[in-house]
Design a protein around this ligand. Structure first.
Ligand code: 6PG
Length: 482
């Protein structure tokens, strides 16, 4: 009997995806570079299930029904290219290779072209939800060779998470690296959400001087309101978790954050597409600054901040804090979707923003009820240029801005860093300012580099240069971009 799917790479995500596929009635052939791992899996969690393991790549490929569907659950980077080369001699035209790791979208675009040039298909698919998601239902974001999608769709739709209306958290994203691009932006938004929550926690702990138990109660309460989300839910559990000695475990965890790279890639893409992604960028830099633990400890002994004591009504401030977090979250998603829009427009991917928000509604790390609002916004108006201009978000943020300002002001006075909340209000104010000081910036560029400027009293596209010093003549810069 031939198997429906092949999965290569039996680390925990790979194993869990295999078990998920089998639980939905698909038979799976598995391969792992170290065969002992395959044997261990077959003798353990895979026992009695429709799973066969293979030691040789050739036998693994032979065990699959045609067209073959081979999903790679490997470490992103060179291991994916190396395994593709191992597979190639054994594949037939029309076979499908799927990369389910956190690959860089540039690599995926390159691999799609490479495999298509050989008459094969390649799908780069984001898979979000961690180990549990992989087993019970992740959010899946595939893109690449569209011709392969009808063969893969039944499997992916079945194994993905389902939302309240029964729909599956999986949809075709677009050509080239679109699937991995969308997953990358998901991770950037994840970084932003996490940092915003950390800032609210810091504010409660250091400005409001709340106990661990009080903070825990606030997160439980927030998870029952408009902030309800997987990340708030796990934060409630984390803040209530006690170590063996009965003390909060959180207080004993070193404050130096790690990162594997998808946040950095998101910021890199934002810079390349020229999209303001200040909030997500701040969340990446906050991780970088946190990792300078020794430097911060040394600096903390030499630099003291402003003397401050909180003398407002604590309950009112807490209410402001929850609303500020929601407002900043709106700003972060506005920026994240702005990046999706820019990439889609520039690369001709035709991304469906309503659908992206829908498949993030379940299974993935950023899942929350809030995403329904985004689906609504883009369903009502697919041409929405900026998410914040949707009537719901506009009404919300106009109402919430006071809370965001009060929280950021208090944090600044108290000397508590809240880079993402501050970035949120700055973005909001920048967006709603018809005349920014970029007139001065253009004048400076023209002064020192003859880069030229447009005038408010002349049509756009007409460029002027002024001889600001009376020296240096009228030569304009033509070698630099305006
Ligand atoms: C997911 C997660 C996952 C990610 C890490 C976080 O969607 O399931 O985003 O893909 O790899 O869990 O990455 P960092 O190590 O960069 O925080």
């Amino acid at each position: 009997m031939k198997h429906t799917m092949g999965v290569a790479g039996l680390a925990v995500m790979g194993e869990n995806l295999v078990l998920n596929m089998v639980s939905k009635g698909f038979s799976v052939a598995v391969y792992n570079r170290t065969y002992a791992k395959t044997e261990q899996f077959l003798a353990g969690r895979a026992q009695g299930k429709e799973i066969s393991g293979f030691q040789q790549v050739e036998d693994f490929v032979d065990a699959l029904e045609s067209p073959r569907k081979i999903m790679l659950m490997l470490k992103a980077g060179p291991p994916v290219d190396q395994f593709i080369e191992q597979l190639l001699p054994h594949l037939s035209p029309g076979d499908i290779v799927i990369d389910g790791g956190n690959s860089n979208y540039h690599d995926t675009t390159r691999r799609v072209a490479y495999l298509e040039s050989k008459g094969l298909h390649f799908i780069g698919s984001g898979v979000s939800g961690g180990e549990e998601g992989a087993l019970k239902g992740p959010s899946i974001m595939p893109g690449g060779s569209a011709g392969a999608w009808p063969y893969v769709e039944p499997v992916f739709t079945a194994i993905a998470a389902k939302v309240d209306d029964g729909s599956s958290c999986c949809a075709w994203m677009g050509p080239e690296g679109a699937g991995h691009f969308v997953k990358m932006v998901h991770n950037g938004i994840e970084y932003g959400d996490m940092q915003l929550i950390c800032e609210a926690y810091h504010f409660m702990k250091s400005v409001l001087e709340m106990s661990a138990a009080e903070i825990h109660s606030v997160f439980i309460e927030w998870n029952n309101g408009e902030l309800s989300s997987y990340l708030i839910e796990i934060t409630a559990e984390i803040t209530g978790f006690l170590d063996e000695d009965g003390e909060p475990l959180l207080d004993k965890i070193l404050d130096a954050a790690g990162q594997k790279g998808t946040g950095k890639w998101t910021v890199d893409a934002a810079l390349n597409f020229g999209v303001p992604l200040s909030l997500i960028s701040e969340s990446v830099f906050a991780r970088c600054l946190s990792s300078f633990k020794d430097l911060r400890v040394a600096a903390s002994k030499q630099i003291s901040g402003h003397v401050y004591s909180f003398d407002h009504e604590k309950e009112t401030m807490l209410k402001d804090l929850g609303r500020a977090l929601y407002g900043a979250k709106i700003m972060s998603y506005t920026q994240g979707f702005g990046l999706l829009q820019a990439s889609s427009n520039e690369l001709g991917w035709n991304l469906n923003y309503a659908e992206i928000a829908r498949i993030w509604r379940g299974g993935c790390i950023i899942r929350s009820a809030f995403l329904d609002r985004i689906t609504d916004a883009f369903t009502k108006n697919p041409g929405l240029t900026n998410m914040l201009l949707d009537p719901y978000f506009l009404g919300m943020i106009v109402d919430i801005q006071g809370s965001l300002r009060r929280v950021v002001r208090t944090a600044v006075m108290a000397g508590i860093p809240m880079p993402c909340h501050s970035g949120a209000i700055s973005y909001f104010d920048g967006l709603r300012t018809a005349r920014l000081p970029a007139n001065l910036l253009q004048a400076q560029r023209d002064y020192f580099g003859a880069h030229m400027y447009e005038r408010v009293d002349k049509p756009r596209g007409e460029w002027f240069h002024t001889n600001w010093t009376g020296e240096g003549g009228d030569t304009t810069s033509t070698t630099y971009s305006k």
